[in-house]
Design a protein. Structure first.
Length: 258
């Protein structure tokens, strides 16, 4: 294959510069190049390390798990799937092995750092369950807060009578939200609040809310939070490997009309 014969459609050749031109025209070139750079950094690191070995039993178990998850237990179905993917068992096994080594690399890089980030930001990872009354002017919000200071049990009644948001149908219940995702002025109000406390009013996007804290859910390093932090740390790691290293595209994509 040459740069002039990168891909064929029927009898028509598409060159590598032409393909890159299509990616640039569609706005996908930058993402495409970043994926190449990411994979290059990973492959280079895996090749240099000696602590990422996987044995045959781990590889075979990973293949078994893949076939079970994708309903490819039948040997004929598996062979047909390999053919449809343009690969064979030997190459597929290499792909699985590379995937296992990548996971070992990822864990080696992120484990200690993820725990450190979690401990430093534990408060912002805490979740709260809130209910709210939302109105379009401050005097009204202050009036409602005064009423609730005297009769907090009227919260649900006032939600239905005055709140302008759709969650009034559910007594203003917003569900669980991470403190770090809330606007600063709201998270500050909730910092020392206890379940059952009513706080506010607080302005956000030209609306005024009176909030009731229903529940605090302590942060734990597990599930989606752990996964998100691992991805964040790993992305920062591979991008850091390219710092101060110039990256140049030596094939200039032609300008293609979209």
């Amino acid at each position: 294959m040459t740069a002039e014969n990168f891909l064929t459609i029927g009898e028509e050749n598409i060159s590598l510069p032409q393909a890159l031109g299509y990616l640039r025209a569609s706005g996908d070139l930058q993402q495409f190049l970043m994926r190449i750079l990411r994979q290059h950094v990973i492959a280079k690191e895996v090749a240099q390390r000696t602590d990422l070995e996987v044995d045959s039993s781990q590889i075979e178990q990973a293949i078994v798990n893949f076939r079970l998850q994708n309903q490819l237990v039948n040997p004929q179905s598996f062979d047909q799937w390999l053919t449809s993917q343009g690969t064979n068992y030997v190459d597929f096994r290499k792909q699985v092995t590379a995937g296992l080594k990548f996971e070992l690399l990822k864990q080696a890089i992120v484990n200690s750092k993820v725990q450190e980030i979690f401990e430093q930001n534990k408060d912002s990872f805490e979740q709260v369950i809130l209910s709210r009354i939302v109105v379009d002017n401050l005097p009204k919000a202050e009036e409602l807060k005064t009423q609730l200071d005297k009769k907090p049990a009227q919260f649900e009644k006032l939600v239905k009578e005055h709140s302008t948001t759709g969650d009034r149908l559910f007594n203003g219940m917003m569900g669980a939200v991470t403190l770090g995702q809330l606007p600063d002025q709201i998270s500050e109000l909730l910092k020392d609040a206890k379940p059952g406390d009513i706080v506010g009013p607080v302005e956000f996007q030209n609306l005024y809310s009176v909030l009731r804290l229903e529940q605090r859910i302590p942060a734990t390093l597990s599930g989606q939070l752990k996964q998100n932090l691992e991805e964040q740390v790993f992305e920062q790691w591979w991008q850091f490997q390219l710092q101060n290293q110039p990256v140049k595209l030596h094939i200039e994509p032609p300008k293609v009309e979209a």
